[in-house]
Ligand binder design. Structure first.
Ligand SMILES: [Zn+2]
Length: 314
């Protein structure tokens, strides 16, 4: 996915049917992408520019820079100025992986697998073997994409957006821990003001909205660290800040047997609801092999999996 099928419409069609066919394919592609981002299948397709030239042999993708603004979703999200005014005087009292307002577990009977793509010089690869395992076993997952990873992998990002097995979430613009006072985690400097929190979230939100055709509903900060004010800011921007229950791959550092053991702890039925964090941007690590070992046994035990959007609502 992510590009048009080769060949296009049958030869002998007039220019108009060919144009309609391409536009229909474009609309269908957009609708599929929307579905992968948590929108029902019947969601409206993206508008396609009527003036877009269509050439006989070259598929034409929509020029998103020319796309009209969709007005109905803009008024509800506060502007940066409004948000700074509301939050700049608030002092955080919590800092960590599980602070007030952050979701780390759901009430669902399903487990939620989440995989992050953190981007940056050492984090912009893609673990295709892991994705193949999920697809082969038909196990849904929620993928958190950082802005740097999307910029490095536009085609892959489009593929993932178009795959209904995956739901995409926002993993930040620069992969910074989310703080209003400059706290850091694992040596990574966090944001230091409400305005920087806004930039970290919304800097990637806009790119993901273009990718998915709809604003993502879930956000995970770089390192998954938040303070409580930053978590409240995330909510004010109509995103659910997400942490995790089970650390499946230790930041992609665990060897495969450890990944398999940690993921293998996922429970069944009532009391499940775990959110498992792992990574799909480190193919040299043990994550793919660990999941390949663990998932068949979990499925045999009756563990069921769902995307985050199927277990949480805003
Ligand atoms: Zn990350």
């Amino acid at each position: 996915m992510g590009e048009f099928a080769p060949g296009g419409p049958p030869t002998g069609q007039s220019v108009l049917p060919r144009r309609r066919s391409l536009l229909a394919v474009a609309a269908g592609l957009a609708a599929t992408a929307v579905a992968a981002c948590g929108e029902p299948q019947a969601a409206r397709p993206r508008p396609v520019q009527a003036s877009t030239p269509v050439q006989a042999s070259t598929p034409v993708l929509e020029d998103v820079s020319q796309r009209p603004v969709v007005p109905e979703k803009l008024p509800a999200v506060p502007s940066k100025a409004q948000l700074v005014t509301e939050f700049s005087g608030r002092k955080p009292v919590e800092w960590g992986l599980d602070v007030t307002g952050v979701v780390s577990k759901t009430a669902s009977t399903h487990a939620v697998l989440t995989f992050d793509a953190c981007g940056g010089p050492h984090g912009s690869d893609c673990d295709q073997r892991l994705l193949q395992t999920l697809r082969k076993l038909n196990v849904p997952a929620t993928l958190f994409l950082n802005g740097r990873w999307i910029k490095a992998n536009p085609g892959l990002a489009a593929d993932l957006a178009a795959d209904p097995l995956f739901e995409l979430g926002n993993h930040g613009f620069q992969h910074r821990p989310l703080s209003v006072s400059g706290r850091s985690a694992y040596g990574i400097a966090g944001t230091s003001t409400a305005g920087e929190v806004y930039d970290e979230i919304m800097g990637n939100q806009e790119a993901m909205e273009q990718l998915c055709g709809k604003a993502p509903r879930f956000f995970r900060a770089g390192t998954a660290y938040y303070d409580d004010v930053a978590a409240a800011i995330t909510r004010a921007l109509q995103l659910v800040p997400v942490s995790f229950t089970v650390n499946g791959d230790g930041g992609a550092t665990f060897p495969a047997p450890t990944v398999a053991a940690e993921v293998g702890k996922i429970g069944v039925g009532q009391g499940a609801g775990q959110i498992v964090i792992s990574h799909f941007n480190q193919p040299a690590g043990g994550t793919a092999e660990g999941y390949a070992r663990a998932l068949p046994g979990l499925l045999d035990r009756g563990v069921t999996f769902a995307q985050l959007g199927d277990t949480l609502t805003l």
